[in-house]
Write a new protein. Structure first.
Length: 228
């Protein structure tokens, strides 16, 4: 029965043994002093992945995970250590090299999407999409791997959101802007935006002007626990 449980995941978001073996080396080691930690970090990561995928609140965490305050404490610690960005960075570079690409991309694509957010504290009105909510501006490499995400109110234009991303790429160091860079690359030398079907009169598929290439690091952010 124990071997069956190891092979069977409770939830689709649970880490497999192979995934855990690759992630475990990035986790903080045991403290040299004080009492030994009793929290299973694999279960903590399973809980964080469950919340991220399901969209539930911290206090709605199922009872078969560690207590939500424990999970939240570790989440904050992981964010301060840039754990999630580091895992993403390494996976990104390895995946690019696996298909014969350079580890750091030299080009990328920026696009945005407006979504309804009735419970958000700050919202805006996207007149083009007629949506009240938030807008996510996403930068990916030419193969579609995420490089950077910037969340704004929906009234921020696509060009302004793209400029925020480009400005953040140019600023080295974490916490330099509201954007969340998630790749340790140099700023791509050519950025393009996909053509927009809603604005045929505007040329939106041309290249965005080249920006200075500077290294940038991952910037993490965290939010206070909520019921929803």
């Amino acid at each position: 029965m124990a071997e069956i449980e190891k092979k069977t995941k409770r939830y689709p978001t649970d880490l497999t043994d192979e995934e855990w073996a690759r992630i475990e080396p990035f986790l903080p080691g045991a403290a040299k002093s004080g009492r030994p930690a009793r929290t299973d970090l694999r279960e903590v990561l399973n809980a964080i992945r469950y919340l991220a995928r399901s969209g539930g609140g911290w206090r709605m965490l199922p009872k078969d995970f560690p207590p939500w305050p424990t999970v939240y404490w570790w989440f904050r610690r992981f964010v301060r250590r840039f754990l999630f960005q580091t895992i993403h960075d390494v996976a990104l570079m390895l995946d690019r090299e696996r298909v014969g690409r350079e580890a750091s991309p030299t080009g990328g694509v920026i696009d945005s999407q407006s979504v309804k957010a009735p419970e958000a504290k700050t919202r805006g009105y996207d007149a083009g999409k007629k949506i009240v909510g938030r807008k996510r501006h996403i930068a990916v490499d030419t193969d579609g791997r995420p490089l950077m995400v910037n969340l704004t109110t929906a009234d921020i234009s696509d060009s302004a959101g793209a400029q925020m991303i480009l400005d953040s790429v140019r600023k080295p160091g974490p916490g330099s802007s509201t954007c969340s860079p998630i790749a340790p690359t140099t700023a791509p030398s050519s950025w393009t935006r996909p053509p927009s079907s809603t604005s045929p009169s505007k040329s939106s598929n041309g290249p965005i002007p080249r920006r200075a290439s500077k290294s940038f690091h991952a910037a993490g952010s965290s939010s206070a626990p909520s019921d929803g």
